[in-house]
Write a protein that binds this ligand. Structure first.
Ligand SMILES: Nc1ncnc2c1ncn2[C@@H]1O[C@H](COP(=O)(O)OP(=O)(O)OP(=O)(O)O)[C@@H](O)[C@H]1O
Length: 234
């Protein structure tokens, strides 16, 4: 479980998170919605200690993140908004393999994870291609594959669908859905709720650094329209 307990955070005295309390249980698929600047990225960056709360606590599997950064970082897979900053190798296969290699896994297991993760993002068989020659959407898919290959107990994704075409988006979503069904807790930030409403267990919406909606997708939709968060046409 990832748990935010009364988390507040300010950049240079400007409050960005105010008293945020939120829990993502194992196997739960939670969508974090909110307009640009509402605080989603700032909140997510607390999940693995990239930012620390000014007050309040963030816990991963009941341990405060600040007490055990290594445990938090190995339990929570993060996919950031700008994947270019996340790559460590020149080719797709080497980059996705990097995390599992650092876990000291056997070659066979590494190869299995890389293969499955690339398949989940519709990039199977492209291991040898150079990352710097990929489009932005393809780079996003490699970043997602890198997080999947770690098989973390939680996945936190910040606007992962930017630049992805429909088949890639559907493939990633279906993979996330099956991971959640198998017990992985998922926290997915997006300002675009197409596709995710039918899959999410809960939608949490932020405005001005506060959680203003935390409900089932059906019940959340009405409030979301009021908050100017994009909602599906249906
Ligand atoms: N490093 C920083 N220094 C100062 N202010 C920042 C910094 N990062 C974010 N902010 C401010 O914090 C607020 C929340 O930003 P954040 O990126 O968390 O929002 P968001 O909901 O993720 O928006 P977006 O969808 O545009 O990414 C914004 O007003 C932003 O300008």
């Amino acid at each position: 479980m990832i748990e935010f307990r009364s988390v507040s955070y300010a950049f240079d005295d400007i409050s960005v998170l105010e008293d945020v309390s939120l829990a993502i249980a194992d196997g739960e698929f939670v969508v974090l919605a909110g307009a640009n600047g509402s605080g989603k990225t700032t909140l997510l960056r607390h999940c693995n200690g990239l930012l620390e709360p000014d007050s309040g606590t963030v816990l991963v599997n009941e341990t405060p993140v600040s007490d055990d950064l290594i445990a938090a970082r190995s339990s929570v897979g993060m996919v950031f908004q700008h994947p270019r900053d996340q790559f460590v190798a020149a080719t797709i296969g080497a980059d996705v393999a990097f995390g599992p290699e650092n876990l000291g896994l056997a070659r066979e297991e590494i190869d299995r994870r890389v293969g499955e993760s690339l398949e989940a993002v519709n990039m199977a068989g492209r291991d040898d291609e150079r990352i710097d020659q990929l489009s932005g959407g393809e780079q996003s898919r490699v970043a997602i594959a890198g997080a999947l290959a770690m098989e973390p107990t939680h996945l936190v994704l910040d606007e992962p669908f930017t630049g992805l075409d429909d088949p890639a988006r559907r493939s990633v979503l279906s993979r996330l859905e099956s991971l959640a069904a198998d017990g992985t807790g998922i926290l997915l930030a997006t300002h675009d709720l197409r596709d995710v409403v039918g899959i999410a267990d809960r939608i949490v919406a932020m405005r001005d650094g506060r959680v203003v909606v935390d409900d089932s997708p059906e019940d959340a939709l009405e409030d979301l329209a009021r908050l100017e968060v994009r909602v599906p046409d249906t």
